[in-house]
Ligand binder design. Structure first.
Ligand code: ADP
Ligand code: MG
Length: 675
């Protein structure tokens, strides 16, 4: 049998078991062998005296009392007995497990695995797992499902290991160079390790392999961008654009613009990501390029994730392109059908040079005359497909993606693997660093006074209300109640506004506009303001129940302030004074560097969470953990590059196994070129 064999044909797996394995996503023997242990149980026996508080351990002990049955209530029996390790005794309790209890013998010696509790009368162990003496020193622990225990999985895997022909996929060259064991050893050791070291050796090989395939796939996908384009934008008029700005572009902005112009002068469509911290001025990069496109006769489209943001961009573009003759259009869901249709006709006739909008721009009947540039802002909120849909409205137009949140380099390679990257690593000059404080909620009144002082001196402020749960309706209620309370309480006499996601777009716009032009001084909001909103006069961001937000999200919220010439303050309210949560929040008070924060966020939350549930079209990682396997990630990346340089089309027969693996792994990924 081989990797493709159905697990049903394994000894010990019938229809019923196979069904249970299917629930774990395992259908073939190969998938079974890639069902890696979640953890390992160290079974090296310890004396009772050596066990630590709250740490499970295996104790080798002999049963020295009869096994007593205690009936607690109907259907609930306890089995109690005493066992000794030769020096000390412990009282063992088994709950309701007749099968286990009856298999034990008075005078028999066993390994009892569990937490030892020490109290006045001696040692106790409740509900231990019981193994025969002579059990392996390390036992794998598998992700289980009801009806399928870790032990049962382990047993089946052992049978598979014995019967399956395991084919090597990595060349001797790679294995030698990167010090990797062969696949057979790796699979054997990961499932039946004899010691800690053999797990490490196995893991190294398996993690490397997984990350190697991943990066090879990404690399080959990038190089398969063979499309050419007739859209050429040479960007000679960018100077004219820059001359009309009220500030000078930062060097980082100029570099990003230059990178993009270089791409757009070539005959291949640009696919570029601009990564920059919040407030670094990414919008200007998009504006400069769209300006250049328009001056050279091409249309551009800018897609933003929210209506508030689309409107903001529209206004920014209007301001920066006054008297340039460039015709702007705004397309958002809340417009009337008549207005939309009129605009769509204008776009199709080429009477609009730059279209700014929300998802509405994706609709089928939005057609362009000569689309040359596609920009998506805050891309992490959009799926890969949406990018493709937008591009397909032109004839291989150039594409620019702006990412809202800085993300760790590994993540951007994976998430945006098919894109070239420009990083905006500095903020416009003249910004004052934001100060961040973490305070208890009983200091809220003081914080209110602090806010009032700033409102009195002409500034504005935000208060973000608790994200109560994953339920927008409840969040909105919380924000609404908060608003009602402070409007007539702490902030009576001030102009207070409310913003949340369920307001009609028109209402939202009204509130945002009033906040922007200063009619509203204090804005109570849910996280809808998280994305991109820009009001330089707002200098305070207070966040209630800060512990409920992720680091990157808090950083993003904080990015709403510190955008002008005034000193800004971020106040995090939380009653979590210790532990991991407090540490996480304290981290934010110490740095404003979005890239550092992203790294920390990745370390704390792990990559799964980080990427969110969004389909990124890449194979799922089964063993690698991107928050701790960074070194291996780099090594595997180097190996992938070497492979690419030596055999860019994977034509060499010695790379056949890799090619096959690529086809297997990436076939479900729509956007990969291996179909
Ligand atoms: P983000 O990168 O978060 O999208 P924005 O593009 O919204 O940032 O820009 C943040 C603020 O910085 C805006 O008010 C914008 O007008 C201003 N800004 C952009 N570039 C510069 C610059 N070179 N000098 C001064 N201010 C700038
Ligand atoms: Mg932005």
């Amino acid at each position: 049998m081989d990797f493709k064999t159905d697990i049903r044909y394994l000894k010990g797996v019938g229809e019923k078991r196979a069904e249970l394995f299917n629930q774990l996503g395992v259908k073939s023997v190969g998938a079974l062998l890639q069902l890696y242990p979640r953890d390992y149980r160290i079974m090296t026996p310890k004396k009772l005296e050596e066990t630590e508080f709250d740490v499970p351990a295996a104790v080798k002990a002999t049963i020295i009392s009869p096994i007593k049955q205690v009936y607690i209530r109907k259907n609930m029996v306890l089995y109690k007995f005493i066992a000794t390790d030769g020096e000390e005794d412990m009282a063992v309790t088994i709950f309701n497990n007749k099968y286990v209890a009856e298999s034990l013998k008075f005078g028999g010696e066993y390994l009892f695995y569990g937490k030892v509790i020490r109290n006045l009368i001696g040692c106790e162990m409740s509900a231990p797992e019981i193994y025969p003496v002579g059990t392996e020193d390390i036992i794998p622990v598998y992700p289980q499902t009801s009806g399928l225990t870790s032990k049962a999985i382990s047993r089946v895997i052992k049978i598979a290991l014995e019967n399956c022909d395991i084919e090597e996929t990595l060349s001797d060259e790679i294995k030698g160079k990167y010090n990797l064991c062969d696949i057979k050893t790796a699979l054997h050791n990961i499932h039946c390790p004899k010691d800690k070291q053999s797990i490490d050796i196995a893991r190294r090989r398996l993690v490397f392999e997984e990350l190697f395939y991943l990066q090879t796939g990404i690399l080959f996908q990038k190089s398969s961008r063979t499309k050419t384009t007739n859209v050429k934008i040479n960007g000679n008029c960018i100077r004219e654009f820059a001359a009309n700005l009220p500030f000078t572009l930062t060097d980082a902005q100029k570099n990003a613009i230059n990178d993009a112009i270089r791409d757009m002068r070539s005959n291949k469509p640009m696919s570029r990501l601009v990564q920059g911290d919040v407030g670094s001025g990414k919008t200007m990069v998009a504006a400069a390029l769209a300006f250049a496109a328009a001056k050279e006769g091409y249309q551009s489209v800018i897609m933003a994730p929210t209506e508030v943001l689309a409107v903001q961009h529209f206004t920014t573009f209007q301001n920066t392109m006054q008297n340039s003759g460039i015709r702007l259009g705004l397309l958002v869901g809340s417009m009337t059908k008549t207005a939309k249709n009129k605009l769509k006709t204008a776009i199709e006739n080429g009477e609009i040079d730059i279209l700014i909008g929300t998802h509405a721009v994706l609709e089928d009947d939005v057609k362009f005359k000569s689309l040359g540039l596609v920009v998506t802002d805050e891309q992490h909120r959009f799926g890969v497909e949406q990018r493709t849909v937008l591009s397909s409205k032109g004839n291989n137009p150039h594409m620019l993606v702006m990412s809202a949140t800085p993300i760790p380099r590994t993540m951007s390679l994976i998430f945006y693997g098919d894109l070239d990257i420009s990083i905006i690593d500095s903020l416009p000059s003249g910004r004052q660093p934001i100060e961040t404080y973490l305070i208890d909620s009983d200091k809220r009144d003081r914080a209110f006074t602090f806010i009032k002082n700033h409102l009195d001196s002409g500034r504005q402020a935000y208060i973000v209300c608790p994200a109560v749960e994953e339920n927008e309706a409840i969040d909105i209620k919380a924000a609404t109640e908060y608003y009602e309370t402070v409007k007539d309480g702490a902030f009576s006499g001030y102009s207070v506004g409310l913003l949340h996601g369920k307001m009609r777009p028109k209402e939202k716009d009204k509130v945002m506009t009033e906040f922007k032009n200063g009619d509203i001084r204090l804005l109570i909001s849910t996280t809808v303001i998280e994305v991109g909103v820009d009001v330089p006069n707002a200098v305070i961001m207070m966040i209630e129940n800060a512990e409920r937000f992720g680091l990157s999200q808090l950083h993003q919220l904080r990015g709403r302030i510190g955008r002008g010439k005034y000193k800004s303050t971020c106040i995090l309210l939380s009653d979590f004074k210790s532990g991991e949560t407090a540490a996480r929040l304290k981290f934010l008070t110490k740095t404003v560097d979005g890239f550092k924060i992203a790294d920390e966020d990745l370390r704390l939350r792990g990559p799964g969470d980080f990427l969110g549930k969004r389909q990124h079209g890449l194979p799922e990682l089964k063993i690698a953990d991107l928050s701790c396997d960074m070194l291996l990630f780099r090594e595997a990346g180097a190996a992938a590059k070497e492979l690419y340089n030596s055999d860019p089309l994977l034509k060499d027969s010695k790379n056949l196994a890799i090619l096959k693996e690529m086809q297997k792994l990436f076939k479900t990924a729509k956007n990969y070129g291996y179909n």
